[in-house]
Ligand binder design. Structure first.
Ligand code: ADP
Ligand code: ADP
Length: 226
């Protein structure tokens, strides 16, 4: 997994009326290679903003973000975000939706095995030919996970990926996500509103203040993994 260094990052948005809205205030967060970190914090405090900066989707106003010592300046297939809504193309089969995650689109035939492997890793080997409308919400989110995993990312960025699932599916997928992380070695940065989910999945829980987000607590989670 990737080492992630977030150093003294603050972020402001331009808002109507020529004003600035501060979303992040001096965030310092360092992730060891392969570490699983969960972020907790009140709604609107700046969690998604921080994930977007780590993903390279926008530049931080001030401060530095680096992956394995190199500045994060743009999106990169080594860092993949999984959002709350799986955003699948409804007219394309599951296999094609996963193939859309492939970094090198030119060699699809050669990479077909990777697509099937990613589907197998999320337990959907038998659904490669299905269309999204034939899937439950949990299965659709597994497809989104497979689309993220198909490039073997070094950092998986998870923005409340299980937030809209019913509680039984959520529990099931928490175990699956833990297993994937244990077997795959990627680093993971998870935003969740579910304290139990954070404690179950993460090795470290970071708590953010109300906006602008500051780190107000960091707790190592020392639970025996199943
Ligand atoms: P969280 O994920 O913790 O709920 P967000 O990071 O989505 O919070 O948002 C933090 C704050 O920044 C909120 O007040 C939100 O309205 C504001 N915000 C987020 N994105 C933008 C944007 N593109 N332009 C202006 N304000 C934004
Ligand atoms: P549809 O879902 O419209 O029926 P297909 O599943 O036949 O489409 O394929 C859509 C796209 O996905 C095509 O560009 C095809 O080359 C690609 N594709 C199909 N199967 C695989 C696979 N196993 N690995 C990688 N790419 C694939």
């Amino acid at each position: 997994g990737a080492r992630i260094d977030i150093e003294n990052v603050s972020h402001w948005f331009d808002v109507p009326g020529g004003n600035k809205l501060q979303a992040l205030d001096g965030i310092d967060l360092h992730m060891a290679p392969g570490e699983f970190v969960a972020l907790l914090g009140p709604s609107g405090c700046g969690k998604s903003t921080l994930l977007r900066l780590v993903a390279g989707l926008e530049p931080a106003t001030t401060g530095r973000l680096a992956q394995d010592g190199r500045p994060i300046a743009r999106p990169d297939p080594s860092r993949i975000v999984v959002f709350q809504d799986p955003t699948l193309y409804p007219w394309r089969r599951v296999r094609a939706n996963v193939a859309l995650g492939l970094q090198a689109r030119g060699v699809l035939r050669a990479q077909a095995g990777r697509v099937d492997d990613a589907l197998a890793r999320v337990g959907l080997a038998d659904f490669a030919d299905a269309f999204p409308h034939q899937l439950s919400g949990g299965m659709a989110q597994r497809v989104a996970l497979a689309r993220a995993l198909v490039n073997d990312p070094r950092l998986l960025i998870l923005d409340e990926p299980l937030g809209k699932l019913d509680s039984l599916t959520r529990l099931q997928m928490q175990s699956e996500l833990l297993g994937l992380w244990q077997r795959s070695g990627f680093s993971a940065l998870l935003v969740t509103h579910d304290v139990e989910e954070a404690l179950f999945l993460a090795q470290r829980v970071v708590v953010l203040s109300d906006r602008p987000a500051r780190i107000v607590a960091e707790l190592p989670v020392d639970l025996p993994y199943p």
